[in-house]
Design a protein around this ligand. Structure first.
Ligand code: ATP
Ligand code: MG
Length: 632
């Protein structure tokens, strides 16, 4: 892969860490684990009964203790901003006291170690309190993104058999008030095992309180603020989290305590080079894994100060995110390619009108970042001062697996490459038969050794766990993603292995094609899919979202096609281009290509519970209908 490189680092050069990791990865992770607080030490660092791992067996610890009790109580933990402009500052001490009270309230409602608690809250500090209160007493939390419908909540609550649901009267999103409590009422109508619903007051709306319901205020205020953290086995489950549903029905991923905390705290330090004075801001919702690992747990375990924002980062307008960075003097920003593409669409003048000089490090996660978007992030937002970390990982991996690590070492950065695996993680790019492919050849990304953030299993379904991740390459974890390792050893993540197109015998990755399409100055987003073609096998259909103010013309179409022909080759020429106003995305912001594929093939569209916006689907359906008419 040819690429420009950018030599920018923060001056850290610790080669010892990598050397230690490669000489003995288990001992290496033990050393990282020792940086946490343990009530009792472990006897066995890793028990590996493939494909089930248990880290730090015999060790006793607690996530909430590590996040709160050991921190400086005076320090600001959360700089919170509501979508409607409300602001709050929460110290570590305040968070601890609220967490203890809520933990006591949960206990008094009969919650015991191992019980599940569903949390359905907007992005407010009480969401973090709820998570930590569960962790404090060993209850397994399962957070559901507050944009989900009653049916999606019912599925998840039913699957996890949660006894308690913590929610709010309402939440603000894009200026609307979402009636969360009402949605919960509908979701749990026939679920008798749900014993109580705790309701936080957040919005100014009237709600009906049922027999099961309690006000957060009463539950918390009436509970004492002393509550020792439960001494939990390292492998005690900390949470269940359902995946984004990009490739199919969401999977209930189960994570442990000690291994997960070790992975998160180490990667948070290495990736973000975190200092006491930093103001960190991750735009992810806690309903997704990025929010669990790098909003709820990572920053707190490392004692950082972070900005937490309730609403959409482009509400009431595309200046909101930059305004927040300026107001709180954010030093580290962690966001997604989707968000960046959206902001790019509005041009440079908006970010340029804010003081972003506090920024010193930028991160991205969730999807492949198009090189064009990387360069915009680097130049317009980071003003060529800030390294960019492109972090590849999954709900299942718990934390980052592949990323530049400016807190550890300085490496030349390549736009669009996640660079190298983190120390202590062993990945390979292999062919169908499991043999490592040559450099610059596309293959499947696998993980060859257990790692501490590794999922325990899929909740209640060991068989599916084995089948999804461990059956394709026995003994190795199958990620489901395509990757290339270039001649310098840099890894390029190319998206889902099942998203690849086969045109006239050539396999063309959607990521490469879409990156070429969005590198056109008038295009902000692209999604491609294949339709059956008698001659070529598959013909490429592209859906494009133009930038703000761009006129859609045949000339533009021709320009875009020409650009793909030059950058990738005539073989990659889209047969049809459709301009649409938006793409179908998951609520976590990822393009749901499987939907396009299903529509192109007249197949059922499957589980779309995590789809953000149904209107995007109808726009694309119209385009397909037109196409089918043309093709007869
Ligand atoms: P599901 O598993 O339900 O289909 P999902 O895979 O989208 O949903 P997540 O666990 O949130 O759910 O996402 C992990 C996936 O996101 C990875 O497997 C990868 O495809 C993609 N991804 C994450 N970070 C990156 C990155 N930096 N570069 C490229 N792809 C990424
Ligand atoms: Mg996945």
């Amino acid at each position: 892969m040819k690429s420009e490189t950018f030599d920018i680092g923060l001056g850290n050069n610790d080669s010892k860490t990598r050397a230690e990791a490669s000489s003995d990865y288990v001992m290496f992770w033990e050393k990282q684990a020792k940086k946490l607080h343990w009530f009792e030490p472990w006897q066995i660092p890793l028990e590996w009964n493939a494909p089930f791992s248990r880290w730090f067996v015999g060790g006793k610890t607690n996530a909430s203790y590590n996040a709160l009790d050991v921190q400086n109580k005076e320090k600001t933990a959360i700089l919170w901003e509501g979508e409607n402009g409300d602001r709050r500052t929460v110290s570590y001490g305040q968070l601890l006291s609220q967490t203890k009270r809520l933990a006591n309230a949960l206990k008094s409602l009969g919650i015991q170690k191992g019980d599940r608690v569903t949390i359905y809250l907007p992005m407010v500090p009480e969401l973090i309190t709820s998570i930590l209160a569960c962790a404090r007493i060993g209850a397994i939390h399962t957070v559901i993104f507050s944009g989900f419908s009653a049916a999606s909540i019912r599925d998840r609550v039913f699957d996890s058999k949660s006894k308690i649901i913590i929610t709010a009267d309402g939440g603000y999103r894009r200026g609307n008030t979402v009636k969360l409590k009402e949605i919960v009422d509908t979701a749990i109508q026939d679920l008798d095992f749900v014993k109580n619903v705790i309701v936080l007051k957040r919005a100014d709306i009237k709600i009906t309180m049922n027999k099961k319901d309690l006000h957060w205020g009463d539950a918390v205020e009436n509970s004492p603020d002393s509550c020792d953290a439960e001494r939990l086995e390292s492998s005690h489950p900390l949470f269940i989290l359902y995946t984004s549903g990009t490739t199919g029905k969401p999977k209930g991923v189960l994570h442990d305590t000690g291994g997960y905390l070790t992975h998160i705290s180490a990667t948070f330090r290495w990736a973000f080079d975190i200092k006491d004075s930093d103001v960190y801001y991750c735009t992810a919702d806690i309903g997704w894994v990025t929010g669990h690992s790098y909003v709820a747990y990572g920053p707190l375990i490392c004692g950082a100060t972070q900005v937490m924002y309730e609403g959409a980062p482009d509400y009431p307008g595309p200046a909101r995110l930059w305004e927040i960075i300026q107001r709180y003097k954010v030093t580290i920003l962690y966001t997604t390619p989707t968000a960046l593409r959206m902001f790019m669409k509005f041009g440079d003048s908006i970010p340029n009108s804010f003081d972003l000089s506090s920024l010193r490090l930028l991160g991205t996660v969730g999807e492949p970042i198009n090189p064009e978007v990387w360069k915009w992030y680097y130049t317009t937002i980071g003003k060529r001062r800030c390294p960019i970390i492109d972090t590849w990982w999954q709900t299942e991996t718990g934390g980052m697996m592949i990323s530049p690590l400016p807190g550890l070492e300085t490496i030349p950065l390549k736009p669009g490459s996640g660079s190298f695996p983190i120390p202590g993680v062993d990945v390979a790019v292999v062919d169908d038969a499991g043999a490592e492919v040559k450099p610059n050849t596309r293959g499947f990304l696998i993980i060859r050794k257990p790692w501490p953030g590794m999922l325990l299993t899929l909740w209640g379904d060991d068989a599916k766990y084995k089948e999804v991740y461990w059956s394709r390459y026995p003994g190795f974890y199958y990620t489901g993603d395509y990757a290339i390792r270039d001649g310098d050893g840099y890894l390029w993540l190319l998206g889902r292995a099942d998203d690849v197109l086969k045109v006239a015998g050539h396999r063309i990755g959607t990521a490469e094609l879409e990156s070429s399409l969005v590198s056109h100055h008038s295009i902000s987003e692209a999604a491609v899919c294949g339709v059956a073609d008698e001659i070529k096998g598959e013909a490429i259909i592209a859906f494009l979202v133009p930038k703000e103010g761009v006129a859609v013309t045949d000339v533009l179409k021709q320009e875009v096609i020409e650009q793909v022909r030059i950058q990738i080759g005539p073989i990659a020429t889209p047969q049809q281009i459709y301009f649409v106003s938006r793409l179908p995305k998951t609520r976590s912001g990822k393009i749901m290509r499987r939907l396009l594929k299903a529509m192109a093939r007249n197949e059922k569209i499957g589980d779309v519970s995590t789809l953000e916006d149904g209107a995007a689907v109808s726009e694309i359906q119209t385009a397909f209908d037109e196409l089918k008419k043309q093709l007869g």
